[in-house]
Design a protein around this ligand. Structure first.
Ligand SMILES: *Cc1c(COP(=O)(O)O)cnc(C)c1O
Length: 402
């Protein structure tokens, strides 16, 4: 049995202590929910974490921004994750409030001074990322230049093969990065280089190219470097996307590290999506049908933002028996904004109609975390279920608890 929590985007969780079934179908039959229901699958998250840790030849830092739900963080911990990549003081506080014994790494290259100070003084954070001389000075000033400091220089990458390109905002050029490594070396107990190939990267070779670039920067810097952080970006399956298996990515990284003489460095990864995407589905209700478009009670200002402009497709199923053949549907979300549109297509029985419930899967990454309170549609229920994810991603061997 599980229990139900309600949470608005801007209000604290409210628990209803009414034991519920742990299967989505039974749960929906019982609740008949008129607000979106987030169905968490802790077993899937734990399994994905175990698989990633087993495959990756180094430390695994979970990128908290991807899904900061406490139940998800606990599942990752059970799966063996002991390092957390945080980007804000809010994330640092959350992780530290939940786990005393984990390492928190502050991996945003532009941080408020107060956040650096608080992370260093109160939360035991020792590793900070930077991509400019100004940020290096800030970190040194706010941490008192103490001898335990880990400094990681973020390297910019050329635009690559990722669905979400992250090359435009952060990162130093190779020449700047080499200069920053030289400037940081005297202050660092641990010195590193990091990069991010972009999210949902479908190309193992993108990591190999980035490792080669980092190796060149390390050579040019001419100082000892202790660690290489190959970032996030590992992909998951979506209805029209079967990514290469996880092993293809870890093999490409390991081969590039060896080829470029970096085997002596500690290796870090910062997966987000790969660990948590399969761990949450959202049950929505149909409020109106207009032709092939369903008006549902969650949308791009809720957990389905990636189904909007980014155009990701998600697996969907109707929570009712139907003999109708599958047909492609688009969704409108509940807000009054006509941009609250998801072209899908979502494949559902052709007789889908008002009142039906639909479960949409693979929303654990950048779904729940991006919800807004726009237009007053800020409520969703959160439950833990034992169902398998709607889609499995090769290499993660996720088995839900029975
Ligand atoms: C968002 C982010 C990640 C996680 O990326 P995924 O594509 O979800 O794996 C890792 N590192 C940094 C620096 C990020 O900004």
């Amino acid at each position: 049995m599980t229990d139900l929590r309600f949470r608005g985007a801007a209000s604290p969780p409210r628990r209803v202590h009414d034991p519920l079934p742990r299967r989505v179908d039974a749960l929906v039959a019982r609740l008949r929910p008129e607000e979106p229901v987030h169905c968490l699958r802790p077993a899937a998250v734990e399994g994905a974490a175990r698989a990633f840790l087993a495959a990756f030849p180094g430390e695994t830092l979970y990128a908290v921004k991807c899904n900061p739900e406490p139940a998800v963080l606990r599942a990752l911990w059970r799966g063996g994750v002991r390092h957390f990549d945080c980007a804000s003081i809010g994330e640092v506080r959350l992780v530290r409030s939940m786990f005393e014994d984990v390492a928190i790494h502050f991996m945003h290259p532009v941080k408020p001074r107060s956040a650096i100070r608080e992370a260093w003084q109160r939360h035991g954070v020792r590793d900070f990322v930077l991509d400019s001389a100004e940020e290096l000075a800030k970190v040194l000033e706010e941490t008192g230049r103490a001898g335990e400091l880990g400094l990681v220089v973020r390297l910019a990458l050329p635009k690559g093969g990722a669905v979400y390109d992250l090359s435009g905002k952060f990162g130093a050029s190779p020449a700047e990065a080499a200069a920053l490594l030289r400037a940081a070396r005297p202050h660092a107990a641990q010195l590193g280089v990091s990069f991010h190939v972009g999210s949902q990267c479908l190309e193992p070779a993108a990591y190999a190219r980035a490792v080669a670039l980092a190796a060149g920067v390390i050579r040019d810097a001419g100082v000892r470097v202790d660690l290489l952080d190959v970032g996030g970006g590992y992909p998951v399956a979506y209805p029209d996307v079967v990514p290469p298996p996880l092993g293809a990515f870890t093999a490409a990284i390991a081969a590039a590290v060896a080829e470029h003489g970096l085997s002596g460095l500690a290796l870090w990864a910062e997966p987000g999506r790969a660990l948590v995407a399969g761990g949450t589905s959202v049950v929505v209700q149909v409020q109106h049908r207009r032709g092939d478009t369903l008006f549902v009670n969650d949308g791009v200002y809720g957990a389905l933002s990636d189904a909007g402009a980014p155009g990701f497709r998600f697996p969907a199923r109707l929570l009712r028996a139907s003999d109708a053949t599958l047909a492609p549907f688009a969704f409108f979300g509940p807000t009054c904004d006509s941009a609250d549109h998801m072209k899908g297509p979502f494949l559902l029985p052709a007789d889908a109609r008002e009142g039906d419930w639909i479960e949409v899967g693979q929303l654990g990454a950048y779904g729940a975390a991006l919800r807004t309170a726009f237009n007053g549609f800020d409520r969703a229920a959160i439950v833990e279920v034992a169902d398998a994810p709607l889609l499995e991603t090769p290499g993660y061997g996720i088995a839900a608890a029975a």
